[in-house]
Design a binder for this molecule. Sequence first.
Ligand SMILES: Nc1ccn([C@@H]2O[C@H](COP(=O)(O)OP(=O)(O)OP(=O)(O)O)[C@@H](O)[C@H]2O)c(=O)n1
Ligand SMILES: C[C@](O)(CO)[C@H](O)COP(=O)(O)O
Length: 385
Amino acid sequence: MRVVALLMSAGTGSRFGAERPKQYLDLRGRPVIRHAAEALLADGLVDALLPVVGSEADATLVARLLDGLPVLPAVRGGATRQASVRAGLEALAAAAMPLGTVLVHDAARPCPPSGTVKALLAALEAGAAGAIPALAVTDTVKAVEGGRITGTVPRDGLRRAQTPQAFRLAPLLEAHRAALAEVTDDAALLEAAAPVVWLPGSEDNIKVTYPEDLAKIEARLMPATFPAMGTGFDVHRLVPGRKLILCGIEVPHPLGLDGHSDADVGLHALCDAIYGALAEGDIGRHFPPSEAEWKDADSARFLRHAAGRVTARGGIITHADVTLICERPKIGPHADAMRARLAELMGIPVARVSVKATTTERLGFTGRGEGIAAQAAATLLLPPG
Ligand SMILES: Nc1ccn([C@@H]2O[C@H](COP(=O)(O)OP(=O)(O)OP(=O)(O)O)[C@@H](O)[C@H]2O)c(=O)n1
Ligand SMILES: C[C@](O)(CO)[C@H](O)COP(=O)(O)O
């Protein structure tokens, strides 16, 4: 393993003031920390991420939010950012990995631009002990005491530090171990003793500090999107001797649905709605019934795939609505559990998922209890093109 990035996520976001730390909040359908993680990995130069988190519960949460990415088991941080970084560095040192280089990045900075990691690593290759992105100060800087201005600070030699910051692991760890004062970034610990260079940062690399920062990031960075809507419909026959799986939940019932997979009719209709909105065919195109691999398969993987296709296309699922059509079983008592499961599989808040049901007044095959039908609609926001 060559380069590990510490993903700093142990802060409480007190200035932001949300119920949850800001790095776990939603930014256009994905948590802030997931944007940060994907951006760090995008250029293929970071081998793994090491999240530094505030609690055991957050470690579990982060593992879920970063599912599918190369992530090491999270480490517990400390009361300050500096203590948290040190905890991450100590964990790397203790793991005795053949690791020379470490990046330190705020999970609250979701959009480090592409090319940043490459430029920082090149600066280390060229001999620097550390390299950081930084921006010129464009406003006149005042020194103040209370309400009174006491001076004007020459700004030419000033820069605003950003993350990710890249370092040789050994000198950074040594500097953290020797630190006597509290600092707000890692370069501060090394810069007096070893060459730390700055590279041009980006105004797009905003740190979420206050609520308005989230809106700024949305406005600056997210490409214009257009809404896409898809519908799906599916039917499976009810037979004895099979479990009844509906919208990812096992529902107690004397009959189950028959099919090649687990025959989860609601989940299949929803997959087709998502594939439809993407204009990417239907579930049978992605998971052909002729393939033995999908025999009795848990349909959860189909929905994860469909949601993954939306992410791969740079889109988000804004809403999903499933209607189950049957006389029995009664869906109402299970609807909330179904919504929660579908939301989890799609990686979106449960408030954006609806599950409801209707009968056909005992008419037709659903009315006679021979099968269950489902229809679904999904709305997405997709980038143009
Ligand atoms: N004890 C801490 C404090 C901060 N951080 C992380 O360092 C980054 C930058 O810190 P900041 O913006 O100051 O975050 P918070 O400390 O959460 O914010 P606040 O100061 O408003 O409480 C964030 O990703 C934060 O999670 C950390 O890992 N451990
Ligand atoms: C490390 C940092 O992101 C550099 O800008 C920043 O200093 C950390 O957050 P804070 O708001 O300064 O505590």
